[in-house]
Structure formats: C-alpha cells, structure tokens
Unconditional design. Structure first.
Length: 256
C-alpha cells in the first residue's frame, strides 16, 4: 500500500517582489523521496523552498502537509551566505542552534539538545571540530557543519538550496556521499541543484521550474526520470557522460 505524501503542492503560484513567477507544477514529496529541483536562475527555486517552509505565503494554490511533517518539522540548509570574518561562534554552537525551534522559551539548551548536537556531529564526521571557530573552516567543512545543524533535530524532510555551490570537486563529492547516507537512513530530501549528474541518478524525482515547468517521478519501470531535462544537458553536458536512450531525447529510437 503506497504511503501518504509528506507534502503535496496543488495550483501553487507565487510572486517575487512585484513580479509573478511562472506557475509551479503540481507535485508531491513522499517519505524517503529524493527530489531534485532544477531550472534557470530566476525561475523561483529558492522561493519554492521558502513557500514550503512557510516563510512566504503563496499568491494562490495550497501546500498540504502531512501530520508527520507538521509534528516533525522540516530541516533546511540554505545557500551559504558570505562569511563574516568576525563571526564568533564555534562549530558546536552553530550545530546546537539547529535545536532552537525546540528550545522554545527555555534560556539554555537542554541535555537532550546537546546530545542531539553531538550525535549530528559524529554522524557528519566533524566531532573533532566541535571547539573550532566556524569562521576558520574550509567551504566543505562549513557545509558539513550546516548539514549537521539541519539534522540536529530529526526531521522527516530535509530541504537544501544549492548545497554544492562554491565547493571544490573533492568537497562536493564528499558532501554527495554524506547526503546519500542521510537519504538511505530514511530522510526525504528535496534539493535545489545545478548538478545534473545528481539529477540523472536512478530513483530520483525531478521538478523543473521555469516557462516549461514539469514534474516527473521515478518508478520501477522508469528509474531514470530525465526526460524533462533539456536535451543538451541530458545527453551531452560536458561531453564526458554517456548518451542516454530515453525516447524524449531520441524519438527516432522509440518503439512505434
């Protein structure tokens, strides 16, 4: 029996400033899904995450949240802002701030908060950095810290906004591995990305935004849901990846 969606978006429309954005396709996120959100700059990818988080109201349409999501909340890894060199917090303090919503009016973090932060740092392999100033870390280390912050309190769904931006190839590869492990552990993931290799991986669902917006889910019969990728990105990209065989890109090869 299929599980109920964690969230479902129907007829969603939003504006950025005074400018209306192209309508979003109807889509859903199920437990343990991995959704890649792609599209050109200005197509409303970050705005969509803010809508899902309740930080912006939609112009029209609705976002239905499951009871599990309303109870467990949503983890969020935003784009990395420019680093302030005078930012004084330690790695442990940054990770602990992920429990802020659970702390409520308590003036201090609880023992459970500190234990959750320690587990998140262990899980992300940054426990040895706990006392280091956050401002002294490399870009890859900072992304690990921010991911640990998003996972400090367990959530059914994790949203990420271009998490690989600014990372060198080794750091980006290590972050992909960590994110795969988080997903295998049962957390649903929705990621805004320009990483088309990630979007083409088997079992990942695609949401393409912009004037030709579309939504496509992977299933057992079609584990590579990349028919909605632009042809030049799907088949060619940097020229190093093998060509695909999907009928949308190669109609001449499709069965009659």
């Amino acid at each position: 029996m299929p599980s109920s969606p964690l969230l479902q978006c129907i007829g969603l429309v939003a504006t950025r400033g005074a400018r209306p954005l192209p309508p979003y396709p109807d889509f859903r996120i199920d437990p343990a899904d991995f959704l890649c959100i792609i599209g050109p700059n200005g197509s409303g990818k970050t705005t969509l995450l803010k809508l899902l988080l309740g930080l912006l109201p939609p112009t029209s349409g609705r976002i239905d949240l499951s009871p599990a999501l309303r109870a467990g909340g949503i983890g969020y890894l935003p784009q990395q802002p420019p680093l302030r060199r005078d930012f004084p917090a330690s790695v442990r303090e940054v990770v602990l701030s992920g429990a802020q919503s659970r702390r409520g009016w308590r003036p201090f973090h609880s023992r459970a908060d500190r234990a959750d932060a320690a587990r998140a740092m262990d899980r992300l392999g940054i426990a040895d950095l706990a006392r280091r100033p956050y401002r002294e870390l490399s870009g890859g280390q900072r992304q690990r810290v921010l991911l640990a912050r998003a996972l400090c309190v367990p959530h059914p769904l994790l949203l990420l906004d271009e998490p690989l931006t600014g990372l060198d190839p080794d750091a980006a590869s290590a972050f992909r591995t960590l994110l795969d492990a988080v997903h295998r552990d049962g957390t649903a993931v929705a990621m805004v990305t320009h990483d088309l290799e990630a979007a083409r991986r088997p079992g990942r669902h695609l949401l393409r935004l912009g004037p030709d917006a579309a939504y496509e889910r992977a299933d057992a019969a079609s584990p590579h849901p990349h028919r909605i990728l632009p042809h030049q990105l799907c088949c060619h990209g940097d020229g190093a990846r093998p060509p695909c065989d999907c009928p949308a890109c190669h109609p001449e090869e499709a069965a009659p």
